[in-house]
Write a protein that binds this ligand. Structure first.
Ligand code: PRP
Length: 305
């Protein structure tokens, strides 16, 4: 199998890290915007007969989706055997139901758009809350990779006597996994969300673990309010400001300043480029992509409802 990687703008470091791990060549897609903000995409490498992957993490998806769809179609029209998407952060997973009457079910429509152009998707810890599996909405092959072993490695190498804390019940899957992997205690708080930047955290009693270093673990940091409020509860119980360890650091406007104000140190994977990136994903993504590409050409289609 010949394989080739293509970076969308801003994903060059991640692409290089996958290329280094797999030994695959990196091709060139010229991508720019016209003055009227429409996208221009030109393929500058031969792809005939190759399995190809476009590397494009999907933070700020609305800025990226059209050029990504154009690139996928262009690669297929140019003879690629199969076209895969490596999106370590997968967008639009949080609107997984109509919470209020009349809301667009954006998770499903976004999934249908990507599935219409790509044969396979490789992603890391997608926000699977009310969907059990990406196959419920994606009609292509999908690989959802768990970052928790890498987060556990980071904690093991950097923190003595950690206490792992999840800010809400959903985060049990990461907090519990990391705690088991490193043999540390863990606790999980409860959260109720009242608005985009308005969450209430109900903390549990951490008194039994005084003296340990608190580490808050979550899948996503967006506005930062979930972790900031959880951090305040931890500090109120007499602990130092926690380390905030997340898979995906989206850091919406004000998030970083908010967490810094509370005294938190932030640590994330390289799924979204940010100064807090300390955990590399090249090997995890490269191995999964190789398995998916070797699974064969052609499309595995599951028709969504
Ligand atoms: O930084 P923030 O703006 O607080 O957002 C991050 C939080 O949002 C997500 O959960 P969400 O509250 O959407 O809950 P859900 O699992 O019910 O979708 C995610 O799991 C984080 O906990």
């Amino acid at each position: 199998m010949t394989a080739m990687l293509f970076s969308m703008p801003g994903n060059e470091r991640l692409t290089a890290s996958i290329a280094e791990h797999t030994g695959w060549a990196t091709g060139t897609l010229e991508v720019r915007r016209f003055p009227d903000q429409e996208s221009y995409v030109r393929l500058r490498s031969g792809v005939s007969g190759s399995a190809v992957a476009v590397i494009c993490t999907l933070a700020r998806p609305d800025d990226q989706i059209m050029r990504l769809l154009f690139a996928a179609r262009l690669l297929r029209e140019s003879g690629a055997r199969s076209v895969h998407l490596v999106a370590p952060y997968l967008a639009y997973m949080r609107q997984d139901r109509r919470f209020k009457d009349g809301e667009a079910l954006t998770s499903r429509q976004f999934a249908q758009l990507l599935s219409s152009e790509f044969d396979g998707l490789v992603t890391v810890d997608p926000h699977l809350h009310r969907y059990a599996d990406l196959g419920e909405i994606y009609s292509m092959e999908t690989a959802s990779l768990a970052a928790s072993p890498l987060l556990a490695d980071w904690v093991r190498a950097n923190v003595d006597a950690p206490l792992i804390i999840g800010p809400d019940s959903e985060s049990e899957q990461w907090a519990g996994a990391i705690a088991r992997l490193i043999g540390a205690p863990h606790a999980v708080f409860a959260k109720s969300r009242r608005g985009d930047r308005d969450v209430l955290i109900a903390a549990s009693d951490l008194g039994a673990w005084k003296g340990r270093t608190p580490i808050l673990v979550d899948d996503v940091i967006s506005s930062g309010h979930t972790l900031a409020n959880a951090a305040r509860e931890i500090i109120d119980q007499g602990f130092p400001p926690p380390i905030c360890l997340a898979v995906h650091g989206l850091f919406a406007a004000g998030a970083e300043a908010l967490l810094r104000e509370v005294g938190c140190r932030m640590v994330t994977t390289e799924s979204i480029s940010h100064a807090s990136n300390a955990i590399t994903l090249g090997a995890l993504l490269g191995d999964a992509l190789a398995r998916q590409m070797e699974g064969g050409a052609g499309r595995l289609r599951i028709t969504p409802e």
